[in-house]
Design a protein around this ligand. Structure first.
Ligand code: TMP
Length: 250
């Protein structure tokens, strides 16, 4: 078995087992309790977009958002890390730190999870309760793949931390834009970004692991994941995304 696949063993069960559990009674005693939607209350949809840098997520999110708006659907788009004041501050820590000491993978995991926990409670959960379609540029699968698979952290703590951060809010649909590592690297080099140099300095091996990580996740959770070839034209990708999700939005 290749190493990446071995490191992915046991990846799926914790996510399946606890997805959509409703809040435990102890949550209700917290003074700053923020309601988290159970599967029944959430009439909106959460669609996450995943893939390596340069895979075209933001272009497709913008296209899907305007298509949905033209159909009079309420849409909110968010990006990770960020999307809330606290999340943007966390993004700044991740970005600035790259210029000094290297940040260890454990710190990175916890910071991404912290930003996500805030985003879920402040923006995503309330939007889902309001029947809104939320398009998220990355979500918990990014931590599974980047920190777990590509940076080699153990899967159990990665899964536990991911689930603690998102609570009952799991994506309904996850679209992976799949591009070969050479294409990611070439596209990354052409664009300007505030992202840590460290994250964009990785080599082909790193992006190969990222790609394989997404493909293995998608294979294990076919009811949630849709993989689309991200090397096709933007118009073709947009049509394929729409064809695969349009009947799953109500
Ligand atoms: P992007 O803005 O091109 O999507 O890049 C975000 C960067 O942050 C990318 O290098 C992936 C990384 N990232 C993680 O490593 N783990 C995470 O959980 C998230 C959300 C992002």
């Amino acid at each position: 078995m290749p190493d990446t696949h071995r490191s992915l063993e046991g990846l799926f069960n914790p996510i399946r087992a606890t997805a959509f559990q409703s809040s435990s009674p102890s949550h209700l005693t917290r003074p700053n309790f923020i309601p988290m939607p159970s599967k029944q209350d959430r009439s909106g949809k959460l669609i996450s977009f995943e893939g390596s840098e340069g895979s075209g997520k933001s272009t497709q999110i913008a296209r899907l958002a305007s298509r949905l708006q033209s159909l009079s659907r309420d849409v909110v788009t968010v990006r990770e890390p960020g999307g809330t004041e606290i999340g943007e501050q966390i993004r700044t820590i991740i970005v600035h730190n790259s210029k000094g000491e290297e940040m260890c993978a454990e710190t990175e995991l916890l910071l991404f999870a912290a930003a996500r926990a805030q985003l879920v409670r402040e923006v995503i959960a309330p939007a889902l309760i309001r029947k809104t379609i939320v398009l998220s540029d990355r979500f918990l699968d990014s931590s599974t793949v980047y920190q777990g698979v590509a940076r080699n952290l153990s899967m159990d703590p990665v899964n536990q931390i991911n689930l603690f951060a998102v609570g009952s809010v799991m994506p309904d649909i996850t679209i992976v834009l799949d591009v070969p590592p050479e294409v990611s690297l070439a596209r990354i080099r052409r664009r300007a970004s505030d992202l840590p140099d460290r994250m964009e300095r990785e080599n082909i091996d790193f992006y190969t692991k990222v790609r394989e990580g997404y493909l293995v996740l998608a294979k294990g959770l076919p009811e949630r994941f849709i993989v689309i070839d991200g090397t096709q034209s933007e118009d073709v990708i947009e049509k394929k995304i729409w064809a695969s999700i349009k009947d799953r939005l109500d």
